[in-house]
Design a protein around this ligand. Structure first.
Ligand code: ADP
Length: 211
């Protein structure tokens, strides 16, 4: 993957920060703190929802592939039913990913280019699959939020209302923590209370601004 003009290019010197972590690690919490500090956030999950808006070309492709009955009369997607059809097998998951992943990447790149053109000092790519997709290699700084998997299960059950088996299944489908950590320039340890995040995020901001 090159660093061409559409590969999260940095011409004017905007800092590209990749932010990732396993589900339930506190990625969104850290992204919120970085947004409060004035950093631009490019949110892959949000883009994933936006590209499936009624009438979008990506949604049309998804309907062609997984069934037009997934859309109601207003063209709104039944996400739960799509998940049932697409996440039941590896093959179907890949068929869905082959439609959505390039579209998410293209929109993320567009947002990076826009941020850079606006003169933003830094843009953060909040992306669960950053390391899986090798996108950390395109970032100036890769940040991994790290929490023991058992604690992540507890938090997902307590605050997101997932049932325990579902939380464990989702964690086991992701890349393992050691591999993700190995790709990090900065590891944020979120095993402790939320209060322990602030000094780590402040140090990260100082590092991002200094380099
Ligand atoms: P992610 O975006 O990585 O999936 P979130 O930021 O949504 O994770 O965090 C998962 C849940 O855990 C949220 O409900 C969040 O408020 C909570 N959480 C985050 N950090 C902590 C912490 N240090 N202690 C307790 N709960 C936390």
């Amino acid at each position: 993957m090159g660093r061409g003009p559409f590969a999260f290019a940095s011409v004017a010197g905007m800092k590209r920060i990749g932010l990732t972590g396993g589900i339930g690690s506190g990625k969104s919490t850290v992204a919120g703190m970085l947004a409060d500090a004035g950093f631009t956030i490019v949110d892959a999950d949000q883009i994933g929802r936006d590209i499936m808006a009624p009438g979008s070309p990506v949604l049309a492709q998804v309907a062609d592939e997984f069934g037009h009955d997934l859309l109601d009369a207003d063209g709104v997607l039944d996400r739960a039913e799509l998940a049932r059809r697409a996440f039941g097998s590896e093959e179907a998951t890949q068929r869905l990913n082959s439609i959505t992943h390039p579209a998410i990447r293209e929109e993320a790149q567009r947002q990076f280019v826009t941020a850079e053109a606006r003169g933003d000092e830094a843009a953060v790519y909040d992306m669960p699959l950053l390391v899986e997709q090798g996108l950390h290699e395109l970032m100036d700084l890769t940040v991994v939020v790290d929490v023991d998997p058992e604690e992540r299960v507890r938090r997902l059950v307590a605050s997101r209302g997932l049932d325990e088996a579902d939380a464990r299944a989702r964690i086991s489908r992701q890349i393992d923590d050691a591999t993700r950590r190995a790709a990090a320039d900065v590891v944020i340890d979120n095993n402790g209370p939320k209060d322990a995040l602030a000094p780590q995020v402040e140090a990260l901001i100082a590092q991002a601004r200094a380099e």
